[in-house]
Design a protein around this ligand. Structure first.
Ligand code: HEC
Ligand code: HEC
Length: 332
């Protein structure tokens, strides 16, 4: 069902600016030659994978366990609140001792769909990602030789790890269990998915006109695939420099911090727009408080367009249809 469409004429300016060696998705989409736009760029959310229930349960317990942090105060779920869109709704996250990080926390919902993890793509997998916060001095500020003895005092953990992994509890098996749990954190049944599945009434006329604008204006050349994002890197500020006021702030350098290449300055993983209505504030620096603001900024800096209020209303209405369900309830 994938149709490779030409990289739209309205984006000619961006061609070759795609500061990445891997412009499109990994996995199933890896044969694609360049960014897609138009309806062919959209994919429904895949079904929740069928993973071993006991490993998922172990990962869930770890995800909620503050003993993964140095002073037993911060769990993954402290910053990735599953009842608040899988994020913390703060411009930047707060770790142990009130320490502030440099970037906004993305949601963990649907993160398994991302081609790489983190804003700058520095982790290739969920497993690699999960070790990050445990060791990050601004987040959980710990390490495996501190965490494993603490968790080993818990007979339940010892028993479960022994049963599920021949090597027992190690840094590797801890992140394996957490990543297994994260792969179940998909949010099906959004109005947009019902629409893609053929229910043409799942979007009202305003939402539908927002979807049309999303395709016509070229949002979908960057926000595409099953995540409506999460499958390529792009510069933030294609048409004008959005980040000029923060010149030199390290987190704003994005992908450059990983590759050291000048062409990667201010380049970020295009974020997934699934559930975006419930994960304010927006952008890697949390600089947009509302979805309206984020859409206006995208128009101006990524597309060189000043949107009318009709455009903004329609696009925001469409983005709200990307909110799915978790454990049978619409995310709020
Ligand atoms: C102190 C708050 C905090 C804690 C604790 C925390 N995270 Fe995060 N998480 C963040 C922030 C901030 C980012 C973005 C960091 C970046 O991109 O550089 C992030 C990124 C992620 C991502 C990548 C999502 C994406 O779209 O790229 C995943 C997955 C994730 N965290 C899972 C976890 C797991 C699992 C744990 C526990 C082991 C955890 N987080 C603990 C704040 C936190
Ligand atoms: C040239 C690629 C590109 C185009 C075109 C584009 N975006 Fe984006 N979008 C990005 C990137 C990159 C980011 C992340 C910027 C950052 O925070 O560093 C982003 C972020 C966003 C966010 C914030 C998401 C979050 O969780 O913080 C929203 C909302 C958004 N885009 C909507 C749109 C809409 C609507 C359009 C069309 C009007 C659009 N984008 C067009 C690349 C693009």
């Amino acid at each position: 069902m994938l149709v490779t469409l030409a990289f739209g004429a309205s984006f000619g300016c961006m061609r070759g600016d795609t500061a990445t060696d891997k412009p499109v998705a990994s996995g199933a989409n890896s044969s694609l030659q360049g960014p897609l736009s138009g309806a062919g760029a959209m994919l429904p959310l895949p079904p929740v994978p069928d993973l071993p229930a006991d490993k998922v349960a172990l990962g869930k317990r770890l995800f909620f366990d503050p003993r993964l942090s140095h002073d037993d105060t911060i769990a993954c779920a402290t910053c990735h609140k599953l009842d608040s869109g899988g994020s913390d709704r703060l411009p930047v996250s707060v770790g142990i001792d009130g320490r502030k990080g440099g970037v906004n926390a993305p949601t963990v919902f649907n993160s398994s769909l991302n081609f790489v993890q983190f804003w700058d793509g520095r982790a290739a997998s969920l497993e690699e990602q999960a070790a990050g916060p445990v060791h990050n001095p601004l987040e959980m500020a710990s390490n495996w030789s501190e965490v494993i003895p603490k968790l080993s005092l818990d007979d339940g953990y010892l028993r479960d790890f022994k049963r599920l992994y021949p090597q027992g509890m190690t840094g590797e098996t801890i992140v394996d269990a957490i990543a297994t749990y994260e792969r179940t954190l998909l949010t099906p049944n959004s109005p947009f998915d019902r629409y893609l599945a053929g229910d043409k009434d799942a979007l009202n006329p305003l939402e539908h006109s927002g979807y049309q604008r999303f395709l016509d204006y070229g949002c979908a050349s960057c926000h595409q695939g099953a995540g409506l994002g999460g499958n390529m890197f792009q510069r933030f500020g294609v048409m004008d420099n959005y980040l000029k006021d923060n010149a030199g702030r390290q987190a704003d350098l994005g992908r450059f911090n990983v590759s050291g290449l000048d062409k990667d300055k201010n380049v970020f993983k295009v974020p997934s727009l699934r559930n975006v209505a419930v994960t304010p504030p927006y952008f890697h620096d949390g600089s947009a408080e509302s979805l309206e603001q984020a859409v206006i900024i995208m128009g101006r800096y990524q597309l060189g367009r000043e949107f009318s209020s009709e455009d903004v209303n329609a696009l925001v209405a469409f983005l709200r249809t990307l909110t799915g369900e978790w454990e049978g309830k619409r995310l709020q």
